[in-house]
Structures are given as structure tokens and as C-alpha cells.
Design a protein around this ligand. Structure first.
Ligand SMILES: Cc1cc2nc3c(=O)[nH]c(=O)nc-3n(C[C@H](O)[C@H](O)[C@H](O)COP(=O)(O)OP(=O)(O)OC[C@H]3O[C@@H](n4cnc5c(N)ncnc54)[C@H](O)[C@@H]3O)c2cc1C
Length: 375
């Protein structure tokens, strides 16, 4: 019998993780189509790379916990990298009880504490605590930290190829081919047709526009978020990430600098100019940095900035699996602000649906959970 051919459209972290998980199973022929010369040209290369399992939605949290476990042992996850995460730990500041606190507390993964008391209890915090404002109620999450995005992406690409998948650069937008009411593959800008039995759209912020071109409603909001790096400033090596949920601000060490975001959420469209930096957000970031970090000469200036897209679903849960409205079409999108944290778990879940053996988590991420007006 002929093997099924599956195309994964979009080679950021979602597409790479899906293609990798599919190729490892060895049951289908896998082709990953990415238009850019790099896998991290868009959101995947523009994230803060924070590993945060403290997520409100329980299904998204479970996917994050699975990824957290897989990142610990790259070899057993089929990856050739030695290390994929820097486990600095994560401090979440939140006065009210967050929806994840009980669950993570029960699993022994989050410890409620007074923020000031963490100074002497948390590794590598003492030297940076002088520079950081740590007040109020906090959660200490030892397993948080920084995902090593470059090594993760590079290892996924290598390991996917080694597992037998073909990686194709489309050098422009590839289109989903539909004929006689089902998906038949993709058409490259060169006009070449790649035939397939199924296409997994993992196109990040471009997934919504692809759905619209297919005449389908997909409840994704494209939003923009900014990230900033300070000039070199005091602080020790590898302190925990600090995320202030109440103030909507996070900060982590980046070498001798601080990386930070004011957690801005702005409606955006994935059209040129793709990545402007909004002066108002830059001002907010400079103010936040001044309030948080004290340099010897006063306020520490911002030195670098960038923005990127986050495709948000209404319930902050990815959209995975087959679309019953168009046979042969599958989704792996809506990773929102969690794409790096969900990476390997989402890839496995998406692959399980393509192979017809959906995991329990995958069944809770289908597009069928939303209501659509009849076509
Ligand atoms: C500022 C910022 C900070 C963030 N911080 C974090 C964080 O700390 N932790 C975390 O877990 N997540 C974070 N995120 C979220 C994370 O970056 C995203 O969820 C994740 O990168 C999304 O990956 P993706 O593969 O879905 O999208 P992308 O990385 O955008 O990949 C989609 C790919 O599809 C390709 N593509 C699209 N259309 C086509 C087409 N027609 N033909 C061929 N190729 C196509 C694109 O070229 C692109 O490479 C952050 C995001 C931003 C913007």
C-alpha cells in the first residue's frame, strides 16, 4: 500500500515540531515547506524564549508540562542537542490566586511565598535582587527558565531531516491546493505542485489569512508584542526570570544586559511593514525598566528592540488537528504567547491527530470546539 504523504506548511517552531514528531513515527512521508531561508525568521526568532508552565488554560498547561519534560532529555525526544533549556527558575508576582496555582502547587512545581523572602532562598537571585524590585506575593517555579531557541530550532531541523522528512524552501507563499472538495497538496510560487494526502497549516500569524483564502473562518487574532534589551547593567549571572502578572511586565537576564517586555497586546495584520517598533510601547518599556532596574548612574537605557506576532485563540489554547469542513486540512496554530513553551508537546499532539491516534490533549484542541455559522 502507498504511504500517505503529509505536507506541513510553515517551518517555525509549530511546523518544525510537528514535522519532527511525524517523521519520528515513520508511518507517513513528510515534507516541510517554509518560505524563508531561516526557520526563525518570524515569531519563533522573535520570542523572549521564556519557559513558563504557569498557564491559565489547563490543556495548554498540560502541553507545556509535557514540553518541559521533553526539553530535559533531548536525546529521548529524538533530538541531537545536548541542552535545550537554561533552568534559572521563574518568579511570578501575583497578588490574587492565579488559576494554575493549585494545580502546580499540588504537583510540587510552584511554591507560594512572600517575594522579599525569595532573595535568600532562590539560586542566583541575591546578586540581582539588588537591581530588581521584588515586592508583594510571589510564586517560585523552579522548573522555569529560558529555552535555548537557536539550538532547539537547529536540532529540530537536523533531526527531522535525519528521520527522513524533506525540507523544501518555497521562497514565497505556498498555497493550499484544493480540488473536488478536498486538499490535494500545495502549490509553490514557482508553479510546482507538491501532491499530498493532507496538509498541516502551521503558518503562525499567516494561518488566519490562509483559512480565509480557503473560505474558512478561523478564530485567531493576530497581535503584536515587543521585546527590549537594555544596555549592560548590574545584575548577577543566570538569575530567575521575573514575571509580574499584575503589572504585565517580565524581565530576564541576557548576558550582561536585561531583556524585558511590557506584555503589550495590539491588534496587527501580518502584512508589510511586518515589524515596526511602536514608540509608545518603547516609552512604557523605558519607564518599566527605570522602575525595576537601578544602574550606578540612574536609569539604564534600552539598547535594542523588536516586535513580533502572536496568533491568539479565544481560549488561549492551540488549534490542532483535522478541520471537518475541508477533508485533508489540518491545523497547528494559535500558539499565542506560548509557542516556545509548547513546542515539542504541540508537535506530538498535532502529529497524533494526523496519524489518526489523537492523544487526549489533542482531542481538546480541535477546531471543532468553536461554533461556526453554517457556510
Ligand atoms: C515578543 C514576543 C515574545 C514572546 N515570548 C515568548 C516566550 O517567552 N515564551 C514562549 O513560549 N513564547 C513566546 N512568544 C510566542 C512564540 O514566539 C510563538 O508562539 C511561536 O514562535 C509561534 O510559532 P509558529 O511556528 O506558530 O509561528 P512562526 O514562527 O511565525 O512560523 C510560521 C512560519 O510559517 C511560514 N509561512 C507562513 N505562511 C507561509 C506560506 N504561505 N508558505 C510558506 N511558509 C509560510 C513563515 O515564514 C514562518 O516561518 C513570544 C512572541 C513574541 C512576538
Amino acid at each position: 500500500m502507498n504511504r500517505r504523504r503529509i505536507i506541513v506548511l510553515g517551518g517555525g517552531i509549530a511546523g518544525l515540531s510537528t514535522a519532527h514528531a511525524l517523521a519520528l513515527e515513520g508511518e507517513v512521508d513528510v515534507t516541510l515547506v517554509e518560505r524563508e531561508p531561516r526557520h526563525d525568521a518570524h515569531s519563533t526568532g522573535r520570542s523572549a524564549e521564556i519557559l513558563r508552565v504557569a498557564v491559565d488554560d489547563p490543556v495548554t498547561r498540560a502541553l507545556a508540562l509535557e514540553t518541559d519534560r521533553l526539553l530535559d532529555d533531548p536525546r529521548s525526544a529524538g533530538l541531537d542537542a545536548e541542552r535545550l533549556v537554561e533552568r534559572t527558575g521563574l518568579i511570578v508576582l501575583a497578588d490574587a490566586e492565579p488559576p494554575w496555582a493549585d494545580d502546580l502547587g499540588r504537583r510540587g512545581l510552584a511554591l507560594r511565598a512572600d517575594a522579599a523572602s525569595l532573595r535568600d532562598r532562590v539560586p542566583n537571585l541575591r546578586e540581582s535582587a539588588d537591581a530588581l524590585r521584588l515586592e508583594g506575593r510571589a510564586h517560585w517555579i523552579e522548573r522555569g527558565g529560558r529555552i535555548l531557541g537557536g539550538p532547539l530550532v537547529a536540532s529540530l531541523a537536523r533531526s527531522t531531516r535525519r528521520a527522513g522528512a524533506t525540507l523544501v524552501r518555497s521562497a514565497g507563499d505556498a498555497e493550499v491546493l484544493v480540488d473536488a472538495g478536498r486538499v490535494r497538496g500545495v502549490r509553490l510560487p514557482s508553479g510546482q505542485r507538491l501532491e499530498a494526502d493532507g496538509v498541516v497549516v502551521a503558518a503562525g500569524a499567516w494561518s488566519g489569512p490562509i483559512a480565509r483564502r480557503l473560505g474558512l473562518d478561523l478564530p485567531l487574532r493576530t497581535t503584536r508584542r515587543h521585546m527590549f534589551l537594555s544596555a549592560p547593567a548590574p545584575g548577577g549571572a543566570a538569575p530567575p526570570v521575573v514575571w509580574d502578572d499584575d503589572a504585565a511586565f517580565y524581565i530576564r537576564r541576557e548576558g550582561s544586559r536585561w531583556g524585558l517586555s511590557v506584555c503589550d497586546v495590539r491588534e496587527a495584520a501580518p502584512e508589510a511593514p511586518l515589524y515596526p517598533v511602536t514608540p509608545g510601547v518603547q516609552r512604557l518599556a523605558a519607564e518599566a525598566l527605570a522602575a525595576w532596574v537601578r544602574g550606578p548612574g540612574g536609569a539604564v537605557p534600552l539598547e535594542e528592540s523588536w516586535s513580533g506576532f502572536r496568533d491568539l485563540s479565544p481560549d488561549d489554547r492551540p488549534i490542532l488537528g483535522p478541520d471537518p469542513r475541508l477533508p485533508g486540512l489540518h491545523w497547528c496554530c494559535g500558539l499565542g504567547g506560548h509557542g516556545m513553551t509548547l513546542s515539542l508537546g504541540v508537535g506530538r499532539a498535532a502529529a497524533s491527530t494526523v496519524l489518526g491516534r489523537p492523544t487526549e490533549l489533542a482531542t481538546q484542541c480541535t477546531v471543532g470546539r468553536f461554533e461556526f455559522a453554517p457556510a
